[in-house]
Design a protein around this ligand. Sequence first.
Ligand code: MG
Length: 162
Amino acid sequence: MENINDIRTGFGYDSHRLVEGRRLILGGVDIPFEKGLLGHSDGDVLCHAIIDSVIGAIGLGDIGRHFPDTDPEWEDAFSIELLKSVIELVRLRGFEFLWLDTTIVAEEPKLSPYIESMKEAISKSGIPSGLINIKAKTNEGMGFIGRGEGIAACAVCLLKKV
Ligand code: MG
């Protein structure tokens, strides 16, 4: 049996405000919509939740510590690139990916047609697409998500010491 000390989980959550005049980028995919997510980077909540889950699993704090939103280097950064550098940290720390499960919560637009493209885009960061699951749901009209003020995402990853 595997040594349980060699198995790590990580959890990530993120939310961003929806505003006019921004592109909507989720999971590295440009999605046609009248609004986009406000953020210092591209505002990709799914990638940010994944990044936080991975950073959590390797015990290195949070996304703000690695990519401060006061740093001009990350302005309008493509979050898949940020994720790529975090996946490199996973490798350097001697871990490998076992699984990534995620949920996006958005009232609009309908995201199911873009799930496969998101997996493909996220896999460019180094996580094999066969180890990625993405779910999308609405918030049943409730709260800030239900009113269309923002989008949130959660991610859980499982890593193993190589
Ligand atoms: Mg964020």
